[in-house]
Write a protein that binds this ligand. Structure first.
Ligand code: SF4
Ligand code: SF4
Length: 273
């Protein structure tokens, strides 16, 4: 999939430690000239030790000696940035040594985007934004648009997240993509699972938007062996999980398929398929 996408002109690839797919990037990088792609990943490091571990995991896992972008995942505001100060200091040191080309954050929060606009250490921002504002945790689509304008004015690299609202906008695919393409951002992250989806999205990016999406509707599945501990519900910013009769139950209309709950589960019973 990666090789096919690169061949077709996609040269920006986004992942996260959470997704546990660094070995896929290793296989990809072995087959291409690494300098031809921009590679972004994110982690939840909060102090020096966890930052060191996350960076080593990414570089060793993917078999490369640098990340184009290394981001702190799910930053909410200036306060969470302050709470991650040690990790940021470490990443700044590693940036000076060339292991990280650009440091950034991903965020579902307007306050996170605004904090990033005001922070000189942050060069890249991955904010959630889509036609209906689905998944924005602390405001409206318009609030996030205003924050994105601030990011633009402060010279940040911006790549948008969840253009299709975690699948909720598949029934408005042309409008959702048109909206995403009109935003003043530098790149758009869209999950794709087949070469057909690559072709389809590339055609759309070139102005030929097919009204019918080829993306399959994805869903969150919770296996039977759930013990009802509730950690996934605590982790979900969308309040999409409740515990009923000792088991976790997801509300598909609230879930944006961000996968954040997956890692919270000690029993490994949550999957996005
Ligand atoms: S994937 Fe999990 S954390 Fe994300 S919105 Fe859905 S239930 Fe919540
Ligand atoms: S974290 Fe896992 S085991 Fe705990 S309630 Fe959620 S799905 Fe069930």
């Amino acid at each position: 999939m990666f090789c096919y996408a690169l061949e077709k002109g996609i040269n920006f690839f986004d992942t996260a430690e959470l997704y546990r797919n660094y070995d896929h990037f290793r296989a990809f990088f072995q087959q291409i000239d690494r300098q031809n792609v921009f590679w972004a990943s994110k982690c939840y490091a909060y102090d020096r030790e966890t930052a060191k571990r996350s960076l080593a995991l990414a570089l060793d896992g993917a078999g490369t000696d640098y990340l184009d972008f290394f981001m702190l995942h799910e930053q909410e505001s200036e306060h969470t940035l302050r709470g991650h100060a040690q990790a940021i200091d470490y990443f700044m040191e590693m940036k000076a040594q060339g292991a990280i080309r650009h440091f950034g954050i991903s965020t579902h929060f307007v306050a996170g985007a605004i904090a990033a606009a005001q922070d000189e250490r942050i060069e890249a921002v991955h904010p959630i934004i889509n036609l209906k504002g689905i998944g924005i945790a602390d405001g409206t689509r318009q609030d996030m648009e205003a924050a994105i304008r601030q990011l633009r004015q402060s010279g940040k690299f911006i790549y948008s997240m969840k253009a299709l609202g975690g699948g909720h906008l598949l029934n408005q695919y042309p409008q959702a993509l048109e909206y995403a393409l009109k935003l003043d951002v530098d790149a758009i992250a869209i999950g794709m699972q087949s070469s057909e989806e690559v072709d389809h999205n590339l055609a759309a990016f070139q102005g030929q938007i097919d009204p019918e999406p080829v993306q399959k509707q994805r869903q969150l599945v919770i296996d039977d062996w759930c013990i009802g501990c509730g950690r996934c519900a605590e982790r979900c910013q969308q309040k999409a999980i409740t515990i009923r009769h000792g088991k976790a139950v997801v509300s598909p209309e609230r879930c944006v398929l961000c996968s954040y709950c997956v890692e919270a589960c000690p029993e490994f019973c949550i999957k996005v398929i």
